[in-house]
Design a protein around this ligand. Structure first.
Ligand code: PHE
Ligand code: ZN
Length: 881
């Protein structure tokens, strides 16, 4: 396969070679200025391969001077191409000194050194993962080159009073001319992608944390003046994360200070730079007036995530970018466990599975499908995907299930001990986990190498005469691009069997001892098919399968609806209660989509389950809220071909509205009973109740326009953003006569608050109505919308493209045109963001012929544009291949 015009050449995992040159020490001196920054670097280089010329990565740099061992090189002694600096005659060891000029304020790609905000008010910062450091100085910009850094920052004191870089502070002072300097030394060898600096006018809050090893650490969060008052929640989360990692995984922090900085201009969520994490403000700032409950939990999760990278990513890093899932899968898993321990485990699991279905299963079902560890890439920026992150975390979770909590901890301890200060691979990870437990985990490598969602078929049979229950499990994975034949994977299937009274039965497989029987156990399906025979089962049991979603598979089970309904009411695993309800929803959805009237008995059984969750005070309100919220259109369409998004919407809406109508009186009662909550509390219990109250409100407003006054009253009264936004969403969804007035009021109330206005944009962009297309077009010229700001882009055209299937797939093609135009415009500014939006077209072959043709036309139109970024060219090329 050849690359489309504009794409970078493909790199292959099998071509990996250890670096021919290494860098032990780095000294950097920055003369910082938004228009022109001078970077001086002094690199101590060693040559491991005598035959290899010295080749450094260098991009968008103006080279001013190059010296080797103190001698200035003449123009004929080196060559500088678009992305490479070559010094053919160099022999190591040597000291290479370079001086370059860069222009942060013109850097709209937001990789390397750039300006956040305006030239007058903003501040300077860096983003180096994956390949941004080469836009700062010529370097061996690859993650298996680990060096010690000493960094001096110099800048105008009034304009850039705060100067930060990785590591420990090592002096500061005045330079005269109103300029000052600060020096930092990072004692931990690190790859260049973890380098960071920040300079500007920032306020801060500070705490002291004493680690379990007795180290006193300054925790400092920095933000612009208007945002510093919203950093308290993040500070609390950070302290909890540090304590949790000590207690759960024995990991302590390792520097004298830990700095965190918030910026509004960031392409991703946040970045784990050593000792100097940089956050998208969206995942750091939170208070009840300007952030929802979900935002508060996201801050908890992302603060945890970045902090946990200090071990899973920084102390032990990745050998190359093919191993990205080594740090991301493990860290997402650690983040999930952190939130599960601190807030609601069931809720977090349901949300993760929803995300997996919506984003990862659909990625795996189209032309952009790739293994969790890809074996090739053209642009690495395009592999920060749901597959690498979410499916990567699912694999780690499965290993956790199979090894058990203590076994997993032992394995992780060995992994950190063996590879501390080094760059590792997935093979290293599996070997450490296996060695620590005396097991061979090499079969699990297949999960990392094989793309596609396995289908798991389960069928049960009770044999009354032999008093046993036979469960047959079969797996099958459909072909994906480049992988026509799939291997069988090890699939852990957590299971319980319930009797008619809802009691879990002891599980003893044929031939096992009677006294070891547990009530839940994990079966391992490690071949195409296997039958498990449970002994001493007197009556037909109800199987609860894949408990806690023990494997990222598509479960196809023959469990009859009454049994599913029983699980949705009584399963002792909260996740599986919800999962059983979801299975019922999918059967109803299939009937509605086929145009038939949904089976009345099935419908009644399902609504009764949700109703009982609503009524039962013993059920976690967060779980009840989730049971009330049916799967989104994208995951309902999972596995379908020739999708007609309008038909999917109608079928889904019918079920959703039907539920609300059937439960209306219960909803009114529960909504009223939950009326009395502390508006400003954000503890998990209050959040859960508020979640249920707002889920009731949304359902009521779907059921009947007569409930509009409830939403209007809540809008008027709301004292926190969660309630105000929920009420606004309900009014908008029912097209209430006051919806437009409420929208205007909201915009006025939160004018000047970029993060809240982004929610306002998103709410309108994701309204499941074809007219959202015109609304988005109009909002693109709103004064608060800027194309150069990734949050704005994700909130408006991004939300429309990725989270509003009904309007994006409008049959006249206007949705496609709007998004394709946006992508082309963005590509000249922030290619990484343009490429992410373009994934909305990835699944084009799965749609009905008319949409398929329209989507293809837009893909081809974009690909035909001259001077595409490598990021966008790669996505378009793979989508059409
Ligand atoms: N490494 C970051 C994280 O997941 C994500 C990121 C990637 C941020 C690339 C910026 C650029 O924690
Ligand atoms: Zn991460």
């Amino acid at each position: 396969m050849s690359e489309p015009a504009g794409a970078k050449p493909t790199r292959f995992l099998r071509d990996y070679r250890a670096p021919a040159w290494r860098i032990d020490d780095v000294e950097l001196v920055f003369d910082l200025d938004a228009a022109a920054t001078i970077v001086q670097a002094r690199l101590s280089l060693r040559q491991d391969d005598a035959a290899a010329p010295l080749e450094l990565d260098a991009e968008a740099l103006e080279l001013l001077e190059l010296r080797i061992d103190g001698r200035v090189l003449g123009a004929d002694e080196f060559s500088l191409a678009a992305d490479r600096l070559v010094v053919p005659g160099a022999r190591g060891p040597l000291v290479l000194e370079s001086r370059v000029r860069i222009a942060p304020e013109r850097n709209t790609a937001l990789q390397g050194l750039y300006l956040s905000g305006t030239r007058e008010q903003g501040f300077l910062l860096t983003q180096c993962e994956a390949e941004g450091f080469r836009r700062i100085t010529p370097f061996l910009d690859r993650s298996d080159v680990l060096a010690r850094y000493r960094v001096t920052l110099r800048a105008d004191r009034a304009r850039y009073p705060v100067l930060l870089a990785n590591g420990n502070a090592d002096g500061a002072g005045e330079l005269g001319d109103g300029r000052h300097w600060a020096r930092f030394v990072d004692p931990h060898p690190k790859p260049s992608y973890l380098f960071a600096l920040v300079a500007g006018r920032l306020e801060s809050i500070e705490r002291t944390f004493v680690t379990a090893e007795g180290r006193r650490v300054r925790l400092v969060i920095h933000a612009e003046a208007d945002a510093i008052g919203r950093c308290g929640w993040a500070m609390q989360c950070l302290e909890q994360a540090m304590r949790w990692d000590e207690e759960r995984f024995g990991r302590c922090y390792d520097l004298d200070a830990f700095h965190v900085v918030a910026t509004h201009d960031f392409t991703m969520g946040a970045m784990e730079n050593k000792g100097l994490n940089i956050f998208n403000a969206k995942y750091l700032l939170a208070d009840p007036a300007s952030a929802t409950d979900d935002d508060h939990r996201h801050v908890l999760a992302v603060v945890g995530h970045e902090y946990f990278h200090n071990w899973s990513g920084n102390r032990v890093t990745c050998r190359d970018w093919f191993q990205l899932c080594l740090k991301e899968g493990l860290t997402v898993y650690r983040e999930q466990e952190f939130e599960s321990d601190l807030a609601s485990r069931t809720l977090r699991r349901i949300e993760d599975v929803r995300l997996l279905w919506r984003a990862q299963f659909s990625e795996d079902a189209g032309p952009l499908a790739h293994p969790v560890r890809p074996d090739r890439y053209s642009e690495i920026n395009n592999f920060y995907t749901a597959t690498v992150y979410e499916k990567g975390a699912e694999i780690v979770r499965m290993l956790g299930v199979v090894l058990g909590r203590d076994g997993f901890r032992r394995g992780l301890d060995l992994y950190f001990a063996r590879h501390d200060g080094h760059a590792a691979t997935i093979e290293d990870f599996l070997a450490a986990l296996g060695d620590a437990n005396g097991v061979d985990l090499s079969p699990w490598l297949a999960w990392y190498e094989q793309a596609g969602t396995p289908e798991l078929r389960a069928s049960g049979r009770h044999d009354a005469r032999r008093r046993c229950y036979e469960l047959t499990l079969e797996q099958h994975t459909a072909p994906t691009p480049g992988q026509p034949h799939k291997r069988a994977l090890p699939i852990p299937v957590a299971i319980a069997l319930f009797d008619a009274a809802g009691r879990a039965l002891p599980l003893r497989l044929d031939g096992e001892d009677a006294d070891t029987a547990a009530h839940e156990r994990v079966l391992l399906l490690d071949r195409d098919a296997a039958t498990f025979r449970f002994a001493d089962i007197d009556e037909e049991p109800t199987p609860s399968l894949l408990r806690g979603f023990s494997a990222p598979v598509r479960l196809v089970q023959d469990t009859p609806p009454p049994a599913l309904a029983a699980l949705a009411r009584h399963d002792s695993d909260g996740f599986n209660r919800w999962f059983a309800g979801d299975a019922l929803v999918r059967r109803l959805f299939a009937q509605a989509l086929a145009g038939s009237e949904p089976d009345a008995a099935l419908f009644a059984a399902w609504t009764a389950c949700v109703g009982s969750a609503l009524d039962d005070p013993g059920v976690d309100p967060a779980l009840a809220a989730e049971m009330l919220t049916i799967a989104d259109a994208t995951s309902l369409a999972d596995g379908l071909a020739d999708i007609d998004p309008e038909a999917v919407h109608q079928a889904r809406a019918r079920i959703e509205t039907g539920l609300a109508v059937a439960l209306a009186s219960k909803l009114v009662r529960r909504h009223a009973a939950l009326g009395d909550l502390d508006d400003l509390a954000v503890d998990p219990a209050t959040q859960a109740r508020r979640r249920l109250r707002n889920a009731c409100l949304a359902a009521l407003c779907r059921a009947d326009a007569a409930h509009a006054p409830l939403a209007r009253a809540q809008y008027a009264r709301a004292r926190n953003l969660t309630d105000r936004l929920a009420a606004l969403g309900a009014l908008l969804g029912m097209r209430d006569t006051e919806a437009d007035a409420a929208l205007a009021d909201f915009a006025e109330r939160h004018a000047g608050d970029a993060l809240v206005l982004d929610k306002w944009f998103s709410l309108q962009a994701t309204e499941a109505d074809p007219r959202a297309c015109e609304r988005v077009a109009a909002l693109l010229v709103h004064p608060a919308f800027r194309w150069s700001n990734p949050n704005n882009v994700y909130a408006l055209p991004g939300a429309f493209a990725l989270r509003n299937p009904r309007a994006f797939h409008r049959v006249d093609g206007d949705g496609y045109r709007l998004v394709a135009d946006a992508i082309l415009r963005l590509d000249a500014l922030t290619p990484q963001v343009a490429a992410r939006l373009a994934t909305a077209f990835g699944a084009w072959r799965r749609y009905e012929p008319l949409r398929r043709a329209l989507m293809r036309r837009e893909l081809e139109r974009m690909l035909g544009r001259e001077r595409l970024s490598p990021d966008l060219a790669d996505i378009l090329g793979r989508s059409l291949a």
